[in-house]
Design a protein around this ligand. Sequence first.
Ligand code: HEC
Ligand code: HEC
Ligand code: HEC
Ligand code: HEC
Ligand code: HEC
Length: 380
Amino acid sequence: MRLLMLFVLLSGYTLSAKINLQNTTCKRCHPIIYKEYYNSLHRKASLYEDPVHDAVWQKHPLKKKQNYTCKKCHTPSDTELMQQKTVPSDTPVQREEPISCIYCHSIESIEQHPKANQNILHEQKGERPTLYSADKARRGEKITFKEERGFMGLSTKVTGSPYHDIDLGNKIWYSGEVCLGCHDHKQNAAHFNVCEIGLKKGDTKHTCISCHMPQVQGSATTIKETRTHAYHGIGTLHGIKEVMKWLKIDMQKDQQGFSVTLHNQSNHTLFMHPLRMARLLVTIYRNGKALPQPSQTLQRVIGKAGKPSSPWLADSVVKNSTLKADERKSYRYDMPLQKGDIVEVAIGYYRVNPKAAKMLGIANTPATKMEIVKKQRFQE
Ligand code: HEC
Ligand code: HEC
Ligand code: HEC
Ligand code: HEC
Ligand code: HEC
C-alpha cells in the first residue's frame, strides 16, 4: 500500500509541469498551511481579490498608460503578466496565487534599489525545484528525497519530499530579510518614499518571521507529522495576541489625571502604510457610566506643499504621528481618577483611513470599517 501510494505520487510528479508547481499541488501535502495562506493578504494581493488595491489602481495615473507596475510585489507569480507591459486579466493565478508558495520559497537574495528592492529568485532547473526554508534545529542542511528500503524490502524509510528539495542554509530566511524585497520601501515618480518600513537594524531577537509567522498548532506536512508549523495566514493576525503583544499599553496615574503609554516593541514603524490609521480610544467607566475621552490618531500623512495628496503626487510627509520602532509615546488625560474607576484603552485600526476611503469611493465597506485590534482595562 505504502509503495503503491508513493508510486502514484511520483508518477503524478513526472506528469505535472516540471518546475511551475502550483499552490494546489502544495496543498496535497501541506493542507493546513495552504488553508491559512488562502485567507492571507498575500493570497488576496491582486486587483481581483483586494477591493482596496483595486480602488487605488482605478484612480492611478498608470492605469491610463495600461502599465501595471504594481505586479512586482502584488502579483509576481503571474509570469505571463510579468513579461508584458499591460494590465492583469482575471485569471486563476491572479485569484488563487498572485504571490505563490513557490514564489516566496524561491527567494534567494534581495537586491537593494532606491525605487524599491528586488527579489532575486533561485533559478529552478533540474528535476525538482529547490525550496528555501528555515529550521534552526537543522540550519544549513540540504534535504533531498530519499527512499531507503529496510529488511527484505518490507519497510521503507522516506526522507524529504518527492516534489522538491529543501535548502535550509540561506541566511535571509533566518534574518527575515526575505520579506524586504517587497516590504522595505516604495518610491513614487517624485523619488519620495510613499511607504517605508523604518526598520531598526540589529534587533536579532525578533524577526519578521518570528513575530508574523509564529509557530501554531498543527502539522506542517501530512507525510511527516509535526506538532506545530509556521503560521501562514499573514495579514489576518490583527487583534490576535501573538502579534499584538508587541504593542504594549500602560497607564500611569497622578493627582491631576493619568497618562497612557504605547510602546512599539516591533522593529518597524507602526502604522507605516499611507492608507492606514490607528486610533487610541480611552474610556473611563465610573459608577456604570462610560465617559469617553478625546481620541488620538496614529498616522503618516503624505502630500505636497503641506497638504495631503494622493500617493503618486506626494513629495513629503505632511504629518506623522506613527510610532517608530521601539518608540514609547505618552498621551495625557487631565481627568483625575476616582476609586473604583475602570480605564479602558483600545486600539482601533483602519485599513483605509476614513478620508482616503471617501476619496476612493469605498467608504462604509467591510474593508474600511474600524476594527478593535487590542483592548486593555486598568482598574483603580
Ligand atoms: C508529496 C508531498 C509534498 C508535496 C506535493 C509538497 N511537499 Fe513540501 N514537504 C513535503 C515533506 C514530506 C516535507 C518534509 C521534509 C522533511 O523535513 O524531511 C516538506 C517540506 C517542505 C518545506 C520545508 C519545511 C522546513 O523544514 O522548513 C517547504 C518550504 C515546503 N515543503 C514547501 C512546499 C511547496 C511550496 C510545495 C508546492 C510547490 C510543496 N512543498 C509540495 C511534502 C510535500
Ligand atoms: C515594492 C513593492 C510594492 C509595489 C511595487 C507596490 N506595492 Fe502596494 N503594497 C506593498 C506592500 C508590501 C503592501 C502591504 C504593506 C502594509 O500593509 O504596510 C502593499 C499594500 C498596498 C495597498 C493596501 C492594500 C490593502 O489591502 O489594504 C494598496 C492599496 C496598494 N499597495 C496599492 C499599490 C498600487 C496601486 C501599486 C502600483 C501602482 C502598488 N501598490 C505597488 C508593496 C508594493
Ligand atoms: C512578493 C512580495 C512580498 C513578499 C516577498 C512578502 N510580502 Fe507581505 N505583503 C505583500 C503585499 C503586496 C501585501 C499587501 C497585499 C494586499 O493587501 O493587497 C502584503 C501584506 C503583508 C502583511 C499584512 C499587512 C497589513 O497591513 O495587514 C503582512 C503582516 C506581511 N505582508 C508580512 C510579510 C512577511 C512577514 C513576509 C516575509 C515572510 C512577507 N510579508 C513577504 C507583498 C509581499
Ligand atoms: C517584535 C515583533 C515584530 C517584528 C520583528 C516585526 N513585526 Fe511587523 N508588526 C508587528 C506588530 C505588533 C504589528 C501591528 C499589528 C498588525 O498590524 O498585525 C505589525 C504590523 C506589520 C505590518 C502592517 C503595518 C501597517 O501598516 O499596518 C506589516 C506590513 C509588517 N508588520 C511587516 C513586517 C516585516 C516585513 C517585518 C520584518 C522586517 C516585521 N513586520 C517585523 C510586530 C512585528
Ligand atoms: C510570503 C512568503 C511565503 C509564502 C507565500 C509561503 N511561505 Fe511557507 N514559509 C515562509 C517562511 C518565511 C517560512 C519559514 C518559517 C520559519 O522560519 O519558522 C515558511 C515555512 C514553510 C514551511 C515549513 C513550516 C514549518 O513550520 O516547518 C512549509 C511546509 C511551507 N512554508 C509551505 C508553504 C506552502 C505550502 C505555501 C503556500 C500555500 C507557502 N509556504 C507560502 C514564507 C512563505
